[in-house]
Design a protein around this ligand. Structure first.
Ligand code: ARG
Ligand code: GLU
Length: 731
């Protein structure tokens, strides 16, 4: 006989089992392409319509060949057989800065090559293709016990990697790099090709490509046309070559077809690119340090610095230009960490980890599978407890003390001080010093002492208050010598230090005598830099170095043990700037309930944000004209121009510029950011909050075609028209 309650339990169990089998809308993970076969079933159930082999295969004909590591930390995709690359505006920014001038201001006016001859070589820019990946764990780790000391283990591994890379290079004629995965429990070789002749093709003005600036950064809804275009050039054999006028556009066997038929909520999507760093498997102890120490201290110190910078930037145009790029960099992390804290808190991730660790410990205490498992967490806990006070000091030094540019600039004077110790003749000394000082022009071009003095005042107060017992005597002495008044102290430092201006430094270099080292040694800013450096060297850096190497060892063991504990779960390795594929679905966002924010923004919203008095919300006139005339060419949808959209793919920094693909592996957008609510995905992925943000490919094409007048580029792409597959046959 069945009682009512056992029936209820049974039906609950059945409901639960059915629930577990449902394809979930969002899927955590950034997967190694060569392991995607294991996910084929799930990906198909979520909507994938092509064989995995088309995304990646060992014979080298997969779409991985249409993706590049762009520069040092972004992703780009190939969108024509002639090596045309699409990436983000903020990824091309540095290269364009090198090509721009007051006369040729591409940030203000944009750049659109009229033909291939008009494309501009970008010095130093490279792109890297990953041709093939191979799991080489057995070759690298064979015979090495997990608990072997890292110092010995690293030496053996280093030798094995070198030998293996040599072998691969000889065998393939290509580049190769062997990297650790899963905290050093696996090793993979990536066989690659790096091209060195890359040229700028198209770059919308900042009013489109950086629209919304820092205000909309990390925010959904978003209105930025964050894209730019480049082209890969190759030598006669289609292989990498140094820049030469005679180089030819790289002939791409694989490139992305572009689908302009759009998407709807729930549609399957993939992001294929190079995420940089995630730490999903760390212990609660390490996460607590992020949550309680590094994030809050950085945010606190940067709030002060950014507030002062912004105030001074508002006063003069010259200050604005000096600090705009520095502010963007400092603000990017500052804002991301705030979102991260919010998400970690909302999910009580530290608490969840502690609960998981209890279960892990119980398993470890009885498990025979991993002999060392039981002692890992206690060791981590002890190590972290000892390190936390030091981490706190280190973080304040980095963000508060060295957040003062004048003190940070002391680092550049190590060499200057060194010159005096070389025993050079006076002429040689002056010559060397002059050269060293000349190398600092770049810093001083973007430096305003009055701004920095206010930062000094604010950050010294913070540092003294938070680190009282650790403040070096030199700091306290200077403070006391100035009536214990930080304003008086700051005024004097910025008046007397020669590190505040390039003119004083040039003068010093040109007239230096061999006995003049005293001038530098007596400089108040240099003395502060030296005092803080000495404190770090004596009391902080060596201990932290030990801590990090201890944790590296324990992290490896812990990750391995967690994988043993959950033998049936498929783990993905933390991001390490290698090629990964994430999959998810187009999805709106509202962590608190039914989606408040739709999954898409449109040009109408962009124009509604227009503010001609604002540097970041000023919509270019031509774009407003196109909007007014609804002149969207073939790219609009019933009079609406889509701009950006969100989906639930697991991405991270480095995924900027990554292709966003539909179920057929066709390009529907370019990834460029994550939503504030979900930036904690570097530690914990919550499908209700984590969204990647992409430029809609139709907006990109509209801007190229109608705004940039560069229709010749559209002609070389392979565009899948709505409801027609005719264009696909072209390939
Ligand atoms: N948050 C994006 C990424 O990390 C975009 C950064 C560039 N945009 C900006 N407004 N600063 O890194
Ligand atoms: N903007 C980031 C980048 O430059 C991508 C955003 C993220 O961190 O997900 O890679």
């Amino acid at each position: 006989m069945q009682t009512g309650s056992s029936l209820l339990i049974k039906s609950l169990i059945i409901a639960f089992l059915i629930f577990c089998q449902q394809p979930v809308g969002a899927k955590e993970g950034m997967w190694i392409p060569a392991t995607l076969k294991d996910h084929e079933k799930e990906m198909k159930s979520m909507g994938l319509e092509i064989p995995i082999d088309q995304l990646y295969n060992a014979s080298g004909t997969g779409l991985n060949n249409a993706i590049v590591l762009f520069g040092r930390g972004c992703t780009g995709e190939i969108i024509s057989s002639k090596g045309l690359i699409l990436t983000n505006h903020h990824c091309g920014y540095g290269s364009v800065q090198g090509l721009s001038s007051a006369q040729q201001d591409y940030f203000a006016n944009g750049f659109w090559a009229k033909n291939m001859q008009g494309e501009l070589p970008c010095k130093g820019l490279t792109v890297t293709f990953i041709r093939r990946m191979e799991n080489v764990t057995p070759q690298i780790l064979e015979g090495l016990k997990d608990t072997l000391r890292d110092s010995f283990r690293d030496t053996v591994i280093g030798l094995r990697i070198a030998a293996l890379e040599k072998e691969f290079r000889a065998k393939t004629g290509l580049d190769v790099s062997v990297k650790p995965y899963f905290d050093g429990n696996q090793y993979w070789a990536a066989i690659s090709e790096t091209y060195r002749d890359i040229r700028l093709v198209g770059f919308p003005p900042n009013g489109i490509g950086a629209f919304g600036g820092d205000v909309e950064n990390w925010i959904w809804p978003r209105h930025t046309g964050d894209f730019s275009m480049f082209r890969v050039y190759a030598g006669g054999d289609n292989r990498p070559a140094d820049y030469a006028g005679s180089n030819k556009p790289y002939h791409a066997e694989q490139f992305f077809n572009i689908n302009t038929s759009g998407y709807k909520e729930g549609d399957f999507t993939m992001v294929y690119g190079f995420p940089g760093t995630t730490k999903e498997y760390i212990s609660s102890y390490e996460l607590s340090q992020v949550y309680n120490i590094s994030d809050p201290i950085s945010i606190e110190a940067r709030s002060r610095r950014l507030g002062i910078w912004s105030k001074h930037m508002g006063w003069t145009r010259s200050n604005f230009l000096k600090y705009t790029s520095k502010r963007a960099g400092v603000a990017n992390g500052w804002k991301k960490w705030q979102g991260e804290l919010l998400g970690l808190k909302a999910n009580d991730v530290v608490g969840k980890k502690l609960a998981d660790e209890k279960i892990f410990q119980a398993w470890a205490d009885t498990s025979k599978a991993v002999s060392y498992a039981a002692t890992i967490l206690p060791q981590m806990r002890t190590a972290a407890e000892i390190a936390s006070p030091l981490l706190t000091q280190e973080q304040y030094i980095r963000e508060a003390v060295l957040g003062v540019e004048l003190i940070q600039q002391g680092a550049a004077f190590e060499n200057v001080a060194g010159c005096f110790r070389l025993g050079l003749s006076q002429d040689a000394l002056r010559d060397t010093l002059t050269k060293l000082i000349a190398g600092m022009e770049g810093f001083y071009k973007n430096y305003d002492p009055a701004t920095d003095k206010d930062v000094f005042i604010s950050l010294m107060v913070l540092y003294f208050n938070k680190c009282t017992a650790w403040v070096p005597d030199e700091f306290k002495d200077q403070y006391r010598a100035h009536d214990q008044d930080v304003n008086v102290w700051a005024a004097d430092v910025y008046k007397t230090s020669m590190l505040t201006s390039i003119a004083q430094l040039k003068d010093f270099a040109a007239n230096a005598g061999t006995a003049d080292s005293a001038k530098l040694l007596g400089d108040p800013a240099w003395k502060l830099y030296n005092a803080i450096t000495a404190l770090r060297k004596q009391k902080i850096t060596p201990a932290l170095k030990d801590y990090y190497s201890r944790m590296r060892y324990l992290d490896r063991l812990y990750t391995n043990a967690q994988m043993e504990e959950h033998k049936n779960k498929t783990f993905y390795p933390d991001a390490n700037l290698t090629l990964r594929l994430a999959y998810g679905q187009v999805k709106g966002l509202d962590p608190e309930g039914p989606a408040k924010y739709s999954f898409q923004t449109t040009l109408k919203e962009v124009v509604a944000l227009d503010d001609t008095a604002s540097d970041i919300f000023r919509v270019p006139q031509k774009l407003k004209d196109l909007y007014a005339a609804k002149d969207y060419g073939q790219w609009g949808v019933n009079g609406v121009m889509p701009v950006a959209f969100i989906a639930s793919n697991h991405t991270s920094g480095g995924n900027s510029g990554s292709p966003v693909l539909n179920a057929k592996g066709e390009l529907i957008g370019t990834n460029f950011d994550r939503a504030y609510e979900g930036t904690m995905s570097d530690y914990y992925f919550d499908p209700t909050r984590c969204r990647n943000i992409s430029v809609d490919i139709r907006y990109t094409l509209f801007i190229i075609d109608k705004f940039g007048g560069a229709g010749w580029l559209i002609d070389e792409m392979n565009i899948v028209k709505p409801k027609s597959n005719a264009a696909r046959a072209k390939k």
